[in-house]
Design a protein around this ligand. Structure first.
Ligand code: ADP
Length: 265
């Protein structure tokens, strides 16, 4: 049941009553669960044939010297597209689960940022994009380093993808007593206010991204949001069309007290 309530206030400010609306949302919840189960089953079933295609193409390409060059080029296209499809299917199955597996622990986010920059550097260099981080080390948070790494990789690869050549991407940090923030800013195409509010929805892509033929499925940010919310954190987007974007993750600085106890010796 979903509920909504509003106070009834008289003209002189006196509280005279309340309106409470109860809604039976059983049908909606059941439909959502069925939808998620379908997506999850379909993506699971797609994985093994795709892995078989990729494995066999890899084996054939191992014999590259024995193959005519024009066939090698064709096989490389098959390899690239099968890998893309597999990544897409993995993204889909991740968004179909109601909660992602997140295993938070005391984590130095500065080293997570460093790893993320390391893996994006080659791609940024190709487009002459400067990638810079201003993050104090260590920067402790209660986070799953692999999942936050995945979230950061998504934000950094988007920043590269949606920026013109020669842009600049910066990762900054802000630490409070209870929360730690990491933000990824770019000098790219940016988003209008309406789009900024919708970027975390599954399959949402801006008209600008589509018409510039930038590859994508509109799933990365919805997964990023699930990861951050799985930590009890939040994600936001600040942007203006043509003026770049800043995506900010807010994560808890501390976990439950028990997580920080030294093991007994
Ligand atoms: P994808 O990039 O695969 O399309 P995402 O979920 O990561 O999917 O992003 C959703 C949409 O949000 C993108 O298609 C793009 O329109 C917009 N977007 C995301 N990041 C940026 C960015 N840094 N600058 C401008 N637009 C962005």
């Amino acid at each position: 049941v979903s509920t909504a309530a509003r106070p009834l206030v008289a003209e002189d400010g006196r509280l005279t009553g309340a309106v409470v609306v109860y809604n039976d949302v059983t049908g909606w919840v059941e439909a959502l669960a069925a939808n998620q189960e379908l997506v999850s089953n379909v993506s699971h079933e797609f994985k093994s044939p795709l892995n078989s295609i990729i494995g066999n193409v890899d084996l054939v390409l191992d014999e590259v010297a024995a193959l005519p060059p024009h066939l090698v080029r064709r096989l490389e296209v098959v390899q690239r597209n099968s890998e893309r499809l597999l990544a897409l299917v993995s993204d889909l199955s991740a968004t179909a689960s109601t909660a992602l597996n997140v295993h938070p622990k005391r984590t130095d986010l500065a080293s997570v940022v460093e790893t993320s920059i390391g893996s994006a550097q080659a791609l940024a260099d190709q487009s002459g994009i400067e990638l810079a981080a201003d993050v104090p080390a260590p920067l402790w948070a209660y986070a799953d380093p692999l999942r936050i790494g995945q979230a950061l990789d998504n934000l950094v690869s988007n920043a590269i993808k949606y920026s013109p050549d020669g842009g600049r991407i910066s990762i900054r940090a802000q630490a409070g007593s209870r929360w730690v923030q990491l933000s990824v800013s770019d000098t790219g195409m940016g988003l209008g206010a309406v789009d900024s509010a919708r970027v975390f929805q599954r399959f949402f892509r801006t008209e600008a991204a589509r018409s510039a033929s930038i590859a994508g499925a509109g799933l990365g940010l919805s997964i990023t949001k699930m990861i951050v919310e799985g930590h009890g954190g939040t994600i936001s987007c600040e942007s203006a069309k043509g003026e770049g974007s800043t995506f900010t993750l807010t994560l808890p600085a501390d976990g439950p007290a028990a997580a920080f106890q030294e093991p007994a010796v």
